[in-house]
Design a protein around this ligand. Structure first.
Ligand code: S3P
Length: 423
């Protein structure tokens, strides 16, 4: 019998960018007057940020698909004993920065996954700025009492946009100057939004600084572009198909986020960017994706921050490539929503792929054998989606331990995957 061919086709629009959505909601909450945000991600993580800000007295209209979200900025007040950040590391870490400049105590907590994630990388610099933080270990729950801060010049040991942004938010709410350097450039959405709002942000020789101006944050309107980290799953499913072409519309192509396209190019898949435009200081394009035969590659440590959330799906693509692929220095993946480094390797092995975490590197050997077996997603949205994509290849039989975690960042994931011709 001739093998079945999977043709990809049609048009998909990924949900709003998660990173930009969090930042836009927080800045609107701190602004004077009413802001209007469209294109926001409606996933659970952004709802966690909105919930926490509502608990602090901010008026935020319902976040739902297609709706413009209206946010009336307010002086934050301590109304709740505990602020629950759910599964969202970005909510917890960036809100610590926001709270560092407030004159009240607040306790942050989250779900079991978030409570295991390191917070000291943020609490250390915030304490140096003068925030009073009571923590039991390197994680949530913790209590922060902000107030009068002093400026900070900080060299971050990790390339983390969350660390950088927490410090920038503390500078903003505490109205003190901050300067940050990082080992590699992480995503710069906070810097771009600050610049969009005319807040004193500067970059020189890869050092970011914020200089307070004393003026209040103006209310604003912004349209959030689609999330390239979500688009990545549709792009990967299209690359793995046997024929056809997929159009992925309205994708943010900020160069601090497009590492996946650079690596795909090296692996043999050219993703075309058309209709390049700007949305609120962020570059946006439509992506044209065609199936391609892939070859293995080496992903360097410097590239990792530009594709940090795409390692699971890139590892899945590497498992279908000719030859081997190595991801250098991906130890940070151990402290994401799950231990992604070990779980990507273990789940690939469970499906018949040779894969291994050696030190901080991830090695994947490509194979043509159909992937068959059960995947433990550990309720991690990006693991669920990456392995669902692997389940679309000819002859695959991939059973996910759960599917509902996709609601964190891509509520319509399975519908979109089906729509593009995925199984
Ligand atoms: C994010 C930054 C990244 C990324 C996360 C979102 C952000 O984390 O993995 O999904 O919005 O700033 P780190 O900054 O910890 O690398």
């Amino acid at each position: 019998m001739a093998p079945k061919v999977r043709r990809v086709g049609g048009v998909v629009r990924p949900p709003g960018d998660k990173s930009i959505s969090h930042r836009a909601v927080m800045l609107a909450a701190l602004a004077r007057g009413k802001s209007e945000l469209s294109g926001l991600l409606t996933g659970d993580d952004v709802k966690s940020t909105a919930r926490v800000l509502r608990q602090l007295g901010v008026d935020i209209s319902t976040i739902r698909d297609g709706a413009t979200v209206r946010i009336t900025g307010a002086r934050l007040t301590a109304r709740s004993a505990r602020l629950n950040c759910g599964n969202s590391g970005t909510t917890a870490r960036l809100m610590l920065g926001v709270l560092a400049g407030q004159k009240f105590a607040a306790t942050l907590t989250g779900d079991a996954s978030l409570r295991r994630r390191p917070m000291r990388r943020v609490t250390e610099p915030l304490k140096q700025m003068g925030a009073d933080i009571k923590e039991r270990g390197d994680g949530l729950p913790l209590t922060i009492r902000g107030g009068k801060l002093r400026g900070l010049t900080y060299s971050s040991p990790v390339a983390s946009a969350q660390v950088k942004s927490a410090i920038l938010f503390a500078g903003l709410t505490g109205q003190v100057p901050v300067t940050i350097t990082e080992p590699y450039r992480s995503r710069d959405h906070t810097e771009r939004l600050f610049a969009h709002l005319g807040l004193g942000i500067h970059e020189r020789d890869s050092t970011i600084s914020y200089q307070p101006s004393g003026i209040s944050i103006p209310s604003f309107t912004v349209t959030v572009p689609g999330d390239i980290s979500s688009a990545a799953f549709m792009v990967a499913a299209a690359v793995l198909a046997d024929g056809g072409e997929l159009l992925v519309e309205n994708v943010g192509v900020n160069p601090t986020r497009t590492g996946i396209l650079v690596v795909l190019e090296r692996m043999g898949a050219h993703v075309e960017r058309i209709n390049l435009r700007d949305a609120g200081g962020e570059p946006v394009a439509d992506l044209v994706v065609r199936p391609a035969g892939l070859k293995g590659t080496e992903v360097t440590a410097a590239e990792i921050p530009t594709l940090v959330d795409e390692v699971p799906v890139l590892a899945v693509l590497a498992s279908r490539a000719r030859g081997s692929t190595v991801f250098r220095e991906v130890g940070e993946l151990r402290v994401k929503e799950s231990n992604r480094l070990e779980l990507v390797a273990a789940n690939l092995r469970g499906l018949g792929v040779r894969a291994e975490a050696l030190g901080n590197d991830l090695h994947v050997e490509g194979t043509e054998k159909p992937p068959r077996g059960r995947v433990d997603t550990a309720s991690d949205h990006r693991l669920a989606m990456a392995f669902a994509v692997l389940g679309t290849v000819e002859g695959a039989d991939v059973k996910l331990s759960e599917r509902k975690s996709v609601a964190i960042s891509y509520p319509g994931f399975f519908d979109d995957l089906r729509k593009t011709g995925g199984r």
